[in-house]
Design a binder for this molecule. Sequence first.
Ligand code: NAP
Length: 258
Amino acid sequence: MHEWHEQVAVVTGASRGIGRAAACHLAAKGAAVCVNYAARPDAAEAVVREIRNAGGRAIAIQADVADPDAVDRMIGRASAELGPVTILVNNAGVIAQATLETFDAQAYARMRRVNVDGLIHATRAVAPAMRERGFGRIVNVGSIAGIGTALPASTFYAATKAEVLILTRRFAFELGRHGITVNAVAPGVVRTDMTGGALRERGSETERRLAEKTMVGRVGEPQDVASAVVFLAAPEAGWITAQVLTVDGGRMDYIGHG
Ligand code: NAP
């Protein structure tokens, strides 16, 4: 299991943004890729076409990661069509912005079901076959929100991402002896649909303000995070586990001098 062309990757939420970039980068390395999505088949099929046009192997599978049965069916189908899953990228995530005043229990529960429960369902779905083969790479997409940034109204989202980070370490502990590594990336602000309008317009005032908070002086692009995901998912990364790799251009606002 030490060659890229032997790898089969499932990337959740791969129809857009960071997941899309990770799926394309893994495929370019030689892995076969299952492009998971929730609601946008056209976007997912476009990713599959892009990978196939570049000579790679990919299929798109719809599954709401919050639904454990749907996740099990997806992993079953991906394994049947591409081969046993060796790489899982738990990327699917949503943000429900709220403050203490505007907190909405239902919106929070839904966000947790995707960001936290989804990661648990997908990890549980791939773990038995990975254990059997004595090999696996799991990369979770957290956020610097889970470490300490304080963007307005992201408090409850941050709580779900803190859970992602602790689950990463604990799953790494449970699975390490089976040759399975579990790591996380913690991205800073990345230009995707999630970060929305202000960043879509390049050079906006918001972008300039966010770029100024980084040591390298720019906001992130999906490929910046995908490179870190691929590094942690690589066959040769077998002695790196339980780590959180921050990918944020060197954000200074939560480590600075105040
Ligand atoms: P995005 O552009 O909004 O894309 C979200 C992706 O997740 C889409 O492919 C969407 O599928 C999928 N998705 C949403 N809910 C799902 C569900 N229940 N089941 C399966 N797939 C689902 O998001 P992004 O910015 O790339 O974010 C990706 C990850 O990075 C998230 O975990 C996010 O929290 C994290 N992150 C992002 C940033 C940032 O600045 N963008 C920073 C730190 C961390 P459809 O296309 O079908 O809707």
